[in-house]
Design a protein around this ligand. Sequence first.
Ligand code: ZN
Length: 273
Amino acid sequence: MPKSIDHCTTAAAAADYRLLADDEPAPVLEIGRQRRSNFLVVVDHASRRIPRRLGDLGLPASELQRHIAWDIGALAVARHVAAELDAPLVAQNYSRLVIDCNRDPKVASSIPTVGESIEIPGNIALDEHQVAARRREIFDPYHDHLRALLDERRAAGRPTFLVSQHSMTHIFRGVRREMHAAVLYNRDRRFAGLVLDMLRREPDLHVADNEPYFVSDATDYTIPRHAEERGLPHVEIEIRQDLLHEDAGQLQWAGRIARALRDAEHAFLGAAA
Ligand SMILES: [Zn+2]
């Protein structure tokens, strides 16, 4: 039997079900709201933290370290990129195994019951109160925070280039991924295409164009809802996680991405002028 599976025992307990205790971290991590550049960096899968109430979701510790729980190295890279660009950073503080903050809550995999190929016992047969609490306490505060920040910037007449930082596993279902990184987008390639051009200036770097997956309304939330709906220039960046295990790799990638973003911004604004 997996340990620590959360169950609502009575109807009364179910109605006041709360996920996070008062002493647990807030769901949103924000750094540098006052920073001045046009960029906003977001990290949907920044953390592998699980609310105490959910225990280990019935998973072995080894699985909770893996990419199914979080985007390894993505927050570290994003922090450096945001500092380098003088941009605010907003990140989700809980694992995507609790609720995936880059997925519409209406989609079945919002609270995944399977991660790659392993079943997630603590996410199976949840009742409506448990599902509602994950959305109310983890998903909604994060996206409400982003919405408010973007509203504030718009009201102040400040442009925003939205950068969504992720990392991907280097071996997926037994197949090794050859690309080092990828630039992803959905309906609007304008800014992402420029970032791709800038990253491809390094001849030895293999940067994929909208592969191994792409942004869509079914598989994503942050870019469609916060960038596309507002018409903001944006890009989603994936880096292979095995390149980000050490500080040196994180710094190298952050420097590379910050340069590409800055040059792409200049090209974008130049083209628009
Ligand atoms: Zn991710």
